[in-house]
Design a protein around this ligand. Structure first.
Ligand SMILES: [Zn+2]
Length: 424
């Protein structure tokens, strides 16, 4: 169906794809290092495959106008799957990583084989729906025919190279699951696996453009908290794709000893399960709701500002979801406000440490829970970060990609692995 195996073709396609507004053959020659004859030949081949188009002319600063080369975004599709502990998110995207369909399935269960079948079935249905709605590539191919493959984003505890979910703490029952092999067998499509934080940062970089020298620090707020770093659009993975496991970064705040042996770890303030447990039990802070032996629980005198003592838990205590907790905070529940403020202070302190390590140009805060958290958490985060770095040196931004960011990033990761010459 599609011959993308040729490295030089990928180099040209990559150069065109990274200029959504269009580029010229001369510019591709200049950036690719290929000869004019080679670029000309490959350009013709890519046009015949329907992947790029020529469109009008680009007025050069000098000399004659040049023909514009532009990627045809809907010439091919890719799917993205995010195994979030609270849901399975699916998207289908075009060649620029823009969503054309999305869907949400119930949370992963402790039966991975059944979950993988559910994912494969849902992807088939999404493609069939697009087909029924009349979606076609400009060359007339259906969504099923245009589909290149699948990217999967999972919480940490995975083997990226082997495509195996090894032991993510957030997915009980998913132990040693050869996810890529099983999903490929169930769908007949190639698949890649990466960590949710890396996927989310990849989506972020695709949506905002990849400035060559820019260092971006991304914070992913999901069931747990994680980070990712990219330089010039390339995400840092580390030796075993474990980079960015920041849950046990000590915050330096007051707090009990964590299960890991350190004190006042970030995850004690930010894990959603800790927050909800604290909210339900009327505990003052998430840090104090962590797994401590009963006799080691800190006394009420250790409670932090804005916490429960003065506000014994009302009957309206949220127990179900982070959204309910945030709503209670917005309606004036001081205990819930205290929990979320503590989240922001802890995250801000962790970011001060991470900024010192990575020296980013930009911090992006996102992930499935960020839109819920941001109004309550962002002021405290900003205050902490700004203690060290003035605004002109360090930009602090909220992601605009919303809750599908993991799935969008997974699809972008697949496109990157399939279409980028750097990975060949
Ligand atoms: Zn810890």
């Amino acid at each position: 169906m599609l011959d993308l195996g040729q490295r030089n073709e990928l180099i040209v396609l990559d150069a065109v794809r990274h200029a959504p507004e269009g580029t010229s053959q001369s510019e591709v020659v200049a950036t690719s290092g290929l000869s004019r004859q080679a670029v000309s030949l490959i350009t013709r081949r890519l046009r015949e495959q329907g992947l790029i188009e020529t469109d009008g002319t680009l007025a050069g600063s000098r000399g004659k106008p040049r023909t514009v080369l532009r990627v045809v975004p809907t010439a091919r599709l890719a799917a993205g799957v995010h195994l979030d502990p609270s849901q399975i998110a699916l998207v289908i995207v075009d060649l620029l990583g823009r969503p054309v369909a999305h869907r949400s399935l119930p949370a992963p269960t402790e039966d991975p084989a059944a979950d993988i079948d559910r994912i494969a079935e849902a992807l088939r249905e999404m493609q069939a729906t697009l087909e029924a709605e009349g979606w076609r590539t400009p060359a007339g191919a259906t969504a099923r025919e245009a589909m290149l493959g699948i990217g999967v984003a999972s919480p940490g505890g995975i083997d990226v190279r082997e495509g195996v979910v090894v032991n993510p703490p957030w997915l009980p029952g998913w132990r040693g699951v050869p996810l890529v092999a099983r999903l490929e067998a169930a769908t007949g499509l190639p698949a890649v696996l990466d960590k949710d934080t890396n996927a989310a940062l990849t989506a972020e970089n695709w949506s905002t453009g990849q400035r060559p020298e820019e260092t971006v620090l991304y914070v992913f707020t999901g069931a747990g908290i994680g980070s990712a770093v990219s330089v010039g659009g390339r995400v840092h993975h580390g030796a075993a794709a474990l980079a960015g496991e920041i849950g046990h970064l000590p915050t330096g705040l007051e707090g009990p000893v964590c299960g890991c042996g350190r004190r006042a770890c970030l995850s004690q303030f930010t894990d959603v399960s800790s927050l909800l447990a604290a909210a339900a039990q009327g505990l003052p802070t998430p840090a104090e709701a962590t797994r401590l032996p009963a006799d080691a629980q800190p006394g009420a005198g250790d409670a932090q500002p804005g916490s429960a003592e003065a506000q014994p838990g009302p009957a309206a205590s949220p127990s179900g979801s982070l959204e309910e907790l945030a709503r209670a905070a917005a309606e004036g529940d001081e205990r819930m406000q205290g929990l979320l403020t503590a989240y922001g202070v802890a995250l801000g302190e962790a970011l001060r440490t991470l900024v010192g390590i990575h020296d980013p140009h930009r911090i992006v805060l996102g992930g499935p829970h960020w839109d819920t958290l941001a109004p309550h958490v962002l002021p405290a985060v900003e205050q902490s970060v700004r203690r060290d770095a003035p605004p002109e040196q360090l930009r602090l931004e909220s992601s605009r990609l919303g809750g599908d960011v993991g799935a969008l990033g997974a699809a972008a990761l697949f496109l990157q692995s399939e279409l980028s010459p750097a990975t060949r």
